[in-house]
Ligand binder design. Structure first.
Ligand SMILES: Nc1ncnc2c1ncn2[C@@H]1O[C@H](COP(=O)(O)OP(=O)(O)O)[C@@H](O)[C@H]1O
Ligand SMILES: [Mg+2]
Length: 355
């Protein structure tokens, strides 16, 4: 699939901007803080329904305005489509001019894979960003996953509230059974999705990483969860009841899941060099690309933020050869010298894009 154009109205540092994309390579270059990443963020917003840089939609609205609008027109194998998002105090999403009831209904229309320079450190930090990465990868393919995840989180919140009520208001402990059973039901669904996806991801990543590192490195992905099966899970939760009541939150559950990565059997989070972190996340993203391709029978759009500057000329060309037939939107500070003829170059300056 590919994006034909995007329209930005009062989005971040843009006022009114239309951009017509090339089907293949698009290069946006310009100095820092001019609006390159903002433009990628707008595409991401139209694909996922929220920004990856902030949870506060208000930040996306131009500082001198009360509302913002982004719309993306795209072409798939069998249809064209348009996603429009308007932001005021509220977020409204339209698919082909029809308002969506739920934000999650946006998923699966525009498929993207984003290379965000911040992701390089994802295996050095705590598990929450890795969970988020996993959640977004799965949600793009299985919108029903989002529903189940949200239900789990809602039940978890209710259960946590009840834990506090037991502690402070002497509520009955037995009533926890209901929340725990509900939690286990949703946990099982989430666990199965995550397990299946991480297995698929590893299968692809092993091959891709082997190639990227010219056979020097073997990558392994391990999905880590408190869940094994419902019975065991419930047992673990109940064993932790006393502690959880004291703490006022749930110390066991799939809200603590993690994904660990090993290079040649050494955990990357502990032993990995900067270069290894970089190529590992690259392998993961390229694996995601392959999975989306297989499941949707469409090539997702690649968004590469400041990514090419990390690679030397030869690696860049190799990389682009590997992902041919894919629409690529690249941002960088220098006009990239690329052999590939099929490209369009844009110059970004202070919220204006010119070809
Ligand atoms: N809501 C907003 N209103 C106006 N300007 C904004 C808003 N949010 C961010 N900006 C501006 O956008 C610029 C950063 O754009 P960005 O796309 O991240 O830069 P880069 O070109 O380096 O990728 C900064 O100058 C910042 O002040
Ligand atoms: Mg940037």
């Amino acid at each position: 699939m590919y994006i034909e154009k995007i329209n930005l109205t009062n989005f971040r540092n843009y006022e009114n901007q239309e951009i017509n994309f090339n089907k293949n390579i698009n290069i946006f270059y310009g100095n820092n803080a001019q609006g390159k990443t903002n433009m990628l963020e707008a595409i991401y917003l139209c694909a996922i329904g929220k920004s990856y840089r902030t949870n506060r939609d208000k930040e996306l609205i131009n500082i001198n305005s009360e509302y913002a609008k982004t719309s993306v027109e795209y072409t798939k194998k069998d249809r064209k489509g348009k996603i429009e998002i308007s932001l005021t105090n509220k977020k409204n999403i339209y698919l082909n001019d029809i308002k969506l009831n739920k934000i999650s209904e946006i998923l699966g229309n525009i498929n993207i894979v984003l290379f965000n320079p911040d992701d390089i450190n994802i295996f050095k930090e705590g598990p929450s960003r890795r969970r988020k990465l996993l959640d977004i990868m799965i949600s793009q393919l299985k919108p029903v996953y989002v529903y189940n995840l949200n239900m789990y989180l809602r039940v978890l919140e209710q259960k946590n509230n009840y834990l506090k009520q037991i502690k402070y208001e002497n509520k009955k402990e037995e009533l926890l059974d209901i929340w725990e059973t509900k939690l286990a039901d949703y946990a099982e669904i989430i666990y199965n999705y995550r397990k299946k996806f991480t297995e698929e991801l590893m299968k692809k990543a092993i091959e891709i990483h082997y190639k990227i590192t010219k056979g020097k490195e073997k990558i392994k992905i391990k999905y880590i969860s408190d869940f094994t099966n419902k019975e065991e899970f419930l047992k673990k939760i109940k064993n932790n009841r006393k502690i959880d009541i004291l703490k006022g939150y749930s110390s066991v559950g799939i809200h603590r899941d993690d994904m660990k990565l090993y290079i040649n059997d050494k955990e990357i989070g502990i032993f990995g060099s900067q270069g290894q972190h970089r190529s590992a996340i690259l392998s993961i993203k390229l694996s995601e690309l392959e999975i989306i391709k297989e499941e949707t029978e469409e090539n997702p759009i690649l968004l590469l933020d400041d990514f090419m500057s990390e690679l030397d000329k030869e690696r860049r060309e190799n990389f682009l050869e590997d992902v041919n037939n894919t629409q690529i939107i690249i941002t960088c500070t220098d006009k990239l010298e690329l052999k590939n003829e099929n490209k369009k170059i844009f110059y970004v300056e202070n919220g204006h894009v010119n070809t």
